[in-house]
Design a protein around this ligand. Structure first.
Ligand code: GLC
Length: 648
């Protein structure tokens, strides 16, 4: 039983119809229920440091009193519903406010667009103050709570969150928890020699400790920001900067940093944010002699944030942004007595990378192996499934899985880079290399979904058949994640098949970061022409729109359970979403040739009526002519159980 379940238990009947006077009493109960765990976690990180702990209950009380009343009622509704983020109704989109709609007011104007597509869960990239010029796409923040005037005012933001709430749109915002920009007030004070704020970062008087750290710390941006420390000329010190040189890592061994960031987090949540995306949370705790990623202390710290947030705002969820090995990712849902007490959601990065691997190899064997290797997650938790995001695609597969297939891991990764990054003549993909190291051959991949799947190449060469293939691949990839267990997240622009945007090469602040190739300015002309059903953007939009509508009507797509089937065909990916009524069978063919499934098996599962079936993806009806059900190249089937019954 996790803390949410305990809070529900303690709240009892008052959750059904809470009145205003119940609110403080329920807060007190949550505080009482979490305090011992909070105390344990706090003192395991900060032994003997009573002063900051003593401030904690008072601070939580104040943050609770500051929380607007409508949000407090929403908290209780969500607590009552439990795991509210697992519903099949949620379909997400990720976007940059400036590139999508200019600013926050633009986002308010675009709410009908999301509604038209069926999107009701938005991840808006960082909106709080950030330096002009290079800022890591917004991930170097100069404030965690104040809206950057480039995007609008505080009032605009509150109007936006209010409008989202009214329309039932869930809003996810980044909480850049690991670092601040070097322009952040704390960093500025530290640079001026203020000892208190210098203690908010990892500062060193010389290279002795930095050199020791470097022995085991990997580099995140080796091309543009080698090393993990940056010299500060003003003080003659070195500061830890694991990401870019202008992103200073926060020193969480200092309990003051925890308290200050806890306050920032709740202030942001209190503005009406529903999900906080904990950015780069694997890096939160640093320790000499380790790679300083995924350390047990990082988990304790995240759980500490979570349990405090839950006391104040139990309706706000945390998403883990940890692009790490599957066994490490699932630990962010919490383990042991912290199971279900850490993050409610996490990106399924392995799934994403394996889907791209399947496109390049036309085989699903690595996908199956990797999925079998991902441990199950606590029942109350959820994956976020995605094809593309604003970042690169890392090839972080488990080497053992690649070896088990008889492939050499290094050679296989090189093949994937070659396939996606325009180094193979026959590959239709137009990806771009990211952080490529010519010595080791390591690198990552950038590019938009459509360009990576061959649309750009097909349009340039004017080959109509290739355009259709790219269309099918886009629908297949999105159709798979829309049916997978978790919240699907569409990257803005993908819904209209936007291609790579090469304009970053002409901008000084961006030219060295090829991730900008997949952060295009939204094509509103294509949107204005959506009524023309023959245009490609319209076709992609309308196909996704209908898949989303279907998803939202299929309760089997809610919750976290999925049954993986091994069809004995290495090109197919087959899984089932079971429910008492209306189970769904999903079949995706990653090959350029038609592939077959045993029809009797499909019939026995309950998805064929005699020999007939309807593919929900395009509404077409078919009849199986032999013992085999054929799936066309890059075809996707969504089959519902006959007569809406549960699957066998
Ligand atoms: C996350 C973001 C990425 C950023 C990094 C550092 O991984 O997704 O864009 O560069 O954190 O903040």
């Amino acid at each position: 039983m996790n803390q949410v379940a305990i809070h529900r238990l303690l709240a009892g009947k008052s959750l059904a119809k809470p009145s205003k006077k119940d609110l403080p009493a329920l807060f007190e109960k949550r505080l009482a229920a979490n305090l011992t765990l909070i105390q344990d976690l706090y003192y395991s990180l900060y032994p003997g440091q009573d002063a900051a702990f003593e401030e904690l209950p008072g601070m939580l009380g104040k943050l609770f009193r500051d929380r607007p009343e409508d949000l407090r009622f929403q908290d209780l509704e969500r607590l009552n519903e439990g795991a509210w983020y697992q519903s099949e109704k949620w379909v997400g989109m990720q976007l940059y406010a400036d590139r999508f709609s200019g600013d926050i007011r633009g986002l308010i104007d675009k709410l009908p667009y999301f509604e038209k597509l069926g999107v009701n869960f938005l991840h808006v990239m960082p909106l709080t103050r950030q330096p002009k010029g290079e800022n890591d796409g917004g991930y170097a923040v100069s404030s965690h709570t104040e809206i950057d005037p480039r995007f609008g005012t505080e009032a605009d933001f509150l109007e936006f969150t209010g409008a989202c709430r009214e329309k039932g749109v869930c809003l996810m915002l980044d909480f850049v928890v690991n670092h601040t920009s070097d322009q952040y007030p704390w960093a500025q004070k530290a640079r001026e020699g203020d000892a208190e704020y210098a203690g908010y970062y990892y500062m060193f008087p010389d290279r002795t400790l930095p050199d020791l750290y470097e022995e085991t710390l990997p580099e995140i941006f080796p091309e543009t920001s080698p090393g993990n420390f940056t010299f500060i000329p003003e003080t003659g010190q070195w500061v830890m900067t694991v990401f870019n040189q202008y992103q200073w890592d926060l020193n969480y061994t200092n309990p003051r940093v925890f308290l200050a960031m806890l306050k920032n987090m709740v202030v942001l949540a209190n503005k009406g944010v529903d999900v906080l995306r904990f950015d780069a949370l694997a890096f939160l705790w640093k320790k000499l002699g380790t790679n300083s990623q995924n350390l047990p202390e990082a988990h304790q710290l995240i759980a500490l944030f979570r349990l405090c947030l839950q006391v104040v705002a139990p309706g706000v969820a945390i998403l883990a942004e940890a692009i790490v090995a599957p066994r490490e990712i699932v630990r962010y849902f919490g383990e042991g007595r912290l199971a279900g007490n850490e993050c409610e959601a996490a990106y399924n990065a392995t799934y994403m990378a394996c889907l791209w691997n399947s496109i390049a190899t036309k085989k699903t064997n690595l996908l199956y192996r990797s999925l079998a290797d991902i441990p199950s997650i606590p029942e109350s938790c959820s994956w976020i499934n995605y094809i593309r995001c604003h970042d690169d695609i890392g090839l972080g597969f488990d080497d053992r899985q690649i070896e088990a297939l008889g492939w050499n891991p290094a050679a296989h990764r090189r093949f994937l880079l070659d396939y996606y990054c325009q180094r193979l003549e026959w590959s239709p993909s137009r990806g771009v290399l990211f952080m490529y190291n010519p010595v080791t051959g390591d690198g990552r991949i950038t590019g938009s979904t459509a360009s990576l799947l061959g649309l750009e190449e097909a349009l340039d060469s004017g080959n109509a058949a290739d355009v259709e293939t790219a269309f099918d691949k886009i629908v297949m990839m999105y159709g798979v994640i829309l049916a997978s267990a978790g919240i699907p997240l569409i990257y803005a622009g993908d819904e209209i098949g936007m291609l790579n945007d090469y304009s970053y090469l002409r901008e000084k602040d961006k030219e060295n970061d090829s991730r900008w190739v997949n952060r295009p300015i939204h094509d509103w002309e294509a949107v204005a022409a959506l009524d023309d059903p023959n245009r490609l953007p319209s076709r992609i939009f309308s196909r996704l729109q209908s898949l989303i509508r279907l998803r939202r009507k299929l309760p089997s797509l809610g919750g976290g359970k999925s049954v993986l089937h091994h069809p004995g065909n290495e090109h197919l990916y087959v899984f089932e979403r079971k429910a008492e009524k209306g189970s769904l069978l999903v079949v995706a063919n990653f090959d350029e040739n038609p592939q077959v499934l045993n029809a009797t098996w499909v019939r026995n599962l309950g998805y064929l009526k005699g020999s007939a079936y309807t593919n929900l993806v395009d509404g077409t009806s078919h009849s199986v002519q032999s013992a085999l059900l054929e799936i066309r190249p890059y075809g996707l089937l969504w089959l519902k159980t006959v007569d809406g019954a549960g699957a066998k």
